[in-house]
Design a binder for this molecule. Sequence first.
Ligand SMILES: NC(=O)c1ccc[n+]([C@@H]2O[C@H](COP(=O)([O-])OP(=O)(O)OC[C@H]3O[C@@H](n4cnc5c(N)ncnc54)[C@H](OP(=O)(O)O)[C@@H]3O)[C@@H](O)[C@H]2O)c1
Length: 333
Amino acid sequence: MMMRRPLGHTSQRVTPIGMGLAALGRPGYITLGHAADLQGDYSIAAMQAHTHAMLDFAWDAGIRYFDAARSYGRAEEFLGTWLAGHSFDADDLPVIGSKWGYAYTAGWNVEAEQHEVKDHTLPLLQRQWQESQKELGSFLNLYQIHSATLESGVLSRAEVLAELAAIKQRGTLIGLSLSGANQNEVLAVALEVTIEGLRLFDTVQATWNLLEPSCGPMLQSARERGLGVIIKEVFANGRLTTRNQEPGFAPQLARLTAIAKRHAATIDALALAAALAQPWADVTLSGAATPKQLQSNLAALQIALTPADWEELNSLAESPQTYWATRSRLAWN
Ligand SMILES: NC(=O)c1ccc[n+]([C@@H]2O[C@H](COP(=O)([O-])OP(=O)(O)OC[C@H]3O[C@@H](n4cnc5c(N)ncnc54)[C@H](OP(=O)(O)O)[C@@H]3O)[C@@H](O)[C@H]2O)c1
């Protein structure tokens, strides 16, 4: 079993590994082998049963933090029905985070023109907050802005910030997630957002992985200031797994394979172990789409990386511009 630890300076206690539902709640996603994971069965009943089986597996493995979003298709609904079907001990409740800010527009279609549309305005916050509450009820502990950016204007939109502060005052933690080459700049601005003298954000969810570790120092400073830190995309959406057979990535894959071999581990476990080793990270999400993948990921808990490993692992980092340009080319499947 994984030991819980505090999520920043909040009253919630999370496990080092959490589970994200981006690949589970909808037929289409950008991870490399998503279509194969779902074996072509996109019926709502099959996808709900698959998600419930994943949640059971994760719970039995000791995972206690679960991450969803309004735009992950029916992820909140599937999570909500799973939560409602379980009885939890009062001293061992799951910690649930979700997000608002993108409308799901794929219509359950893998080939949709547009899978999600960003909208960081008050009407969408108000609508999605109602929808998230309907699906997750009192289980919902943390509500995050989905991919806050400077361009979306969300961090200077007074009416949105006031509404988030009101939600917080009624007992739900408030966070933001980040995406793109300027995660550091956005986090710096977010750290200064205050309402009536109090900092608004309790948590930050950001991309940190062996290919894109550039926001590590900023996340460390956010953690020192009391924010809970959640790492996402630790497998670079599948690029840090054996599924990545891109010819241009072959040298990096060979290096990862050699290091993993020294630990009798898989490269996905190695990638997760690297994130777990960051002292400022409270919870690291696995976006595994099958129990077999999650099982493989969990071996990370047994890996202790050495200085020699780190020397090699640090050389894998790409420039943020290169990393995010590659990510933006990943195909929905
Ligand atoms: N802006 C945001 O707020 C934001 C953005 C992205 C993600 N998130 C959150 O972070 C979570 C994780 O992100 P993510 O799923 O995009 O990325 P990820 O965790 O880096 O990648 C997950 C994918 O890696 C592959 N994988 C994992 N273990 C594997 C194994 N043992 N063998 C082969 N492949 C394996 C699978 O993809 P395939 O099988 O499809 O190849 C899996 O779906 C999401 O669920 C979501 O909760 C938030």
